[in-house]
Design a protein around this ligand. Structure first.
Ligand SMILES: Nc1nc2c(c(=O)[nH]1)N[C@H]1C(S)=C(S)[C@@H](COP(=O)(O)OP(=O)(O)OC[C@H]3O[C@@H](n4cnc5c(=O)[nH]c(N)nc54)[C@H](O)[C@@H]3O)O[C@H]1N2
Ligand SMILES: Nc1nc2c(c(=O)[nH]1)N[C@H]1C(S)=C(S)[C@@H](COP(=O)(O)OP(=O)(O)OC[C@H]3O[C@@H](n4cnc5c(=O)[nH]c(N)nc54)[C@H](O)[C@@H]3O)O[C@H]1N2
Ligand code: SF4
Ligand SMILES: [Mo]
Length: 582
């Protein structure tokens, strides 16, 4: 046939960050002449991931062109339930004819929005979704966060003033790691961006460090640890309070950062003696005491807890106690301890200290956090009649009919909506209830920059990947979100010619950022192939390493270094990073 020869002749190797988990591995992707992914390898020259690749990343090509993906807009006939494909203009027209009528009649609160996990991994999710959310103006916003890490963000928000100021274990330098409720051998790590997490754990032990896992199950991660402590599910809060108690009782505290409230913490921990803790957790009292002594004695130590301790009763208190321990042992913001990354791209710098409960859910009165209500109550808001009842939904990259607590009830609730739009690449448990599905393009047609995850990296690092394959005549996910925002709110949504909806969004944001930085005249200096890249350029220039901030970084530097650039080990950031009222 000769196709093999053709493939080899015209095959090209391109570089891109893997979007499939939080580890941000660099990939070397081989594409054939027809732009199909032929192979995926770890990028050995990526200074952070150094060639690491997991089976999920290796399958990116298969996923990218999975024949079951939705590749064109789809519209569902409400009478028959039958799906048909539609053109882009037709799909947006269909939305614009029906959706604004619902908000006109019932108000903005009649719209519910659910945004899922992949938004943390796409440029569209980071830069264009917030604009869509603001355009809808509903307080009924839900996401995967409240089924995952929100307790950590609330604890960080209350402790440090900003819910994105989350410390991560300084994995490569610590002498002692206490890990609770995480299984990075399977998950590849979460709220701790560390490509080749398994290798970094092995290196910790090799350099003489100690690694202790607390988990009710015997996991692959626990197998690799020096010690595995079984714990009764949901009782980590007692164990951590017991450690705090012991540190105070044995005079082992060594606080090296400026903090308020130490006496209150000591008082709160008073009743959690090792014996009380043992009765609740199943961890023997002498083990609790020994752990506290080990943590205090280690030259450096980090306590790290993840989803098994978040999705639990007292999850927020537990997450707070994790960093209380890092403070009490002198390890917060200190090399080898729990540190804050310095991400290269500056986003919104919060000016006001973090608060929760600025509004409450209509049915159960549950408090807002980071502008979101708990997804556990989404079904209540759809099913309970009354003023403010959700009648229409927009989902972007989420599958709550499967992922949310009480998913079966939510599944049934979604079936009763007046209208639903989903931006998603699959017809699945959730999107089957939509009236319109708008698919993003292929992964290799999308740019990549990790705005969210690099804030939680164990080393400072930046990498930008341009789309590997041109879009052709289909819209980028950014364009889908920008046009959707217009169609949902009854604005012009065709976006042809100089009405490019993405550029319109970007110009507003860029102007705002330049104005805030006091340099409105520098718009023309931004580089990039389009307004999205110019926006990234601006975020880099204004960021902590940025050319307009005393440094050298801009988009060109990242384009010139497609394997990514190492920005060094984590450095102390307190008290500068604090946004607390005091
Ligand atoms: N039982 C149980 N429930 C859980 C968990 C659990 O372990 N067990 N884990 C919880 C956790 S940690 C999380 S984060 C949540 C996740 O909850 P969700 O985010 O709701 O669920 P996912 O399955 O990640 O949904 C991802 C959706 O995005 C679509 N998608 C993939 N890539 C893209 C893209 O580039 N663009 C767009 N527009 N769509 C895309 C997929 O087709 C899919 O529909 O689930 C939570 N729920
Ligand atoms: N292959 C693959 N990788 C993924 C994902 C995926 O769907 N597939 N999802 C990604 C996402 S969205 C996330 S958030 C991360 C999550 O990544 P991790 O936070 O590492 O979570 P898990 O791997 O679910 O491990 C959680 C551990 O907590 C334990 N656990 C349960 N209850 C308790 C408890 O009460 N106390 C303690 N101490 N432990 C408990 C469980 O036994 C489990 O071993 O994984 C990411 N990586
Ligand atoms: S560990 Fe995560 S980022 Fe790395 S290759 Fe696997 S899925 Fe991709
Ligand atoms: Mo998650």
């Amino acid at each position: 046939m000769g196709t093999m020869a053709q493939i080899t002749d015209s095959a090209r190797k391109l570089l891109r960050t893997c979007p499939l988990c939080e580890a941000v591995c660099g990939l070397e992707i081989t594409l054939d002449a027809a732009d199909h992914v032929v192979s995926v390898r770890g990028d050995k020259l990526d200074p952070f991931s150094k060639g690491f690749l997991c089976p999920k990343g290796a399958s990116l090509g298969k996923l990218d062109e999975d024949p079951e993906r939705v590749t064109e807009p789809m519209i569902r006939d409400r009478a028959t339930g039958a799906w048909r494909t539609a053109g882009w203009d037709e799909a947006f027209d269909y939305i614009a004819e029906r959706f604004p009528a619902i908000t006109a009649e019932y108000g903005n609160q009649a719209v519910g929005m659910y945004v899922g996990n992949p938004n943390a991994h796409t440029v569209a999710g980071a830069l264009y979704l917030p604009v869509l959310i603001r355009a809808l103006g509903t307080k009924n916003l839900f996401s995967a966060s409240t089924a995952d890490q929100m307790p950590k963000q609330v604890a960080a928000g209350l402790m440090f003033g900003d819910p994105l100021t989350v410390p991560v274990p300084d994995l490569d330098r610590t002498d002692y790691l206490l890990m609770l409720g995480a299984n990075p051998l399977e998950s590849n790590g979460s709220l701790c961006t560390a490509p080749d997490f398994p290798g970094r754990l092995a290196a910790l032990r090799k350099r003489g460090g100690r690694f202790v896992v607390v988990d009710p199950r015997a996991t692959r991660t626990a197998e690799r640890a020096d010690e595995h402590l079984f714990i009764r599910p949901g009782t980590d809060v007692f164990l951590l309070f017991g450690l705090v108690h012991t540190l105070f009782a044995e005079n082992l505290t060594e606080v090296r950062v400026a903090v308020n409230g130490l006496d209150e913490v000591r008082a709160a921990a008073a009743e959690f003696t090792p014996e009380v803790v043992a009765a609740h957790t199943g961890v023997p009292a002498e083990t609790v005491v020994r752990l506290a002594r080990e943590l205090a004695a280690a030259p450096t130590a980090a306590v790290y807890a993840r989803i098994g301790t978040c999705t639990a009763e007292f999850g927020t208190l537990t997450q707070w106690l994790v960093d209380v321990l890092n403070v009490l042992t002198g390890n917060l913001d200190s090399p080898g301890g729990a540190m804050f990354a310095t991400a290269a791209a500056t986003g919104i710098v919060r000016s006001k200290p973090f608060r929760t409960g600025r509004w409450r859910s209509r049915v159960r009165g549950l408090g807002e956090a980071m502008g979101e209500l708990p997804v556990a109550t989404l079904a209540d808001e759809i099913l309970t009649p009354g003023e403010g009842q959700i009648r229409a939904m927009v989902t972007v990259a989420g599958n709550p009919a499967l992922s949310a607590p009480g998913a079966a009830r939510l599944d049934a609730a979604l079936a009763g909506l007046d209208f639903m739009v989903s931006v998603d690449r699959y017809l699945n448990e959730t999107t089957r209830h939509a009236d319109v599905i708008l698919p993003p393009p292929r992964t290799v047609q999308s740019p990549h920059y990790d705005f969210a995850l690099l804030q939680f990296a164990v080393r400072n690092y930046a990498r930008y990947s341009r789309p590997l394959v041109p879009l052709g005549d289909r819209p980028s996910e950014a364009a889908v979100l920008a046009r959707l925002g217009a169609a949902l709110t009854g604005r012009p949504h065709h976006g042809t010619g100089d009405q490019d909806p993405v550029a319109a969004v970007d110009e507003l944001v860029i102007a705002g950022m330049l104005h805030k930085a006091g340099i409105p005249e520098r718009r023309d200096e931004l580089i990039g192939a389009n307004s999205t890249e110019q926006r990234i350029d601006l975020m880099l220039r204004l960021g902590p390493y940025g050319e307009w901030n005393g440094g050298t970084l801009n988009l060109q530097v990242l384009l010139d270094n497609p394997h990514g650039i190492d920005l060094g080990p984590l450095t102390p950031r307190l008290p500068g990073a604090l946004r607390t009222a005091s």
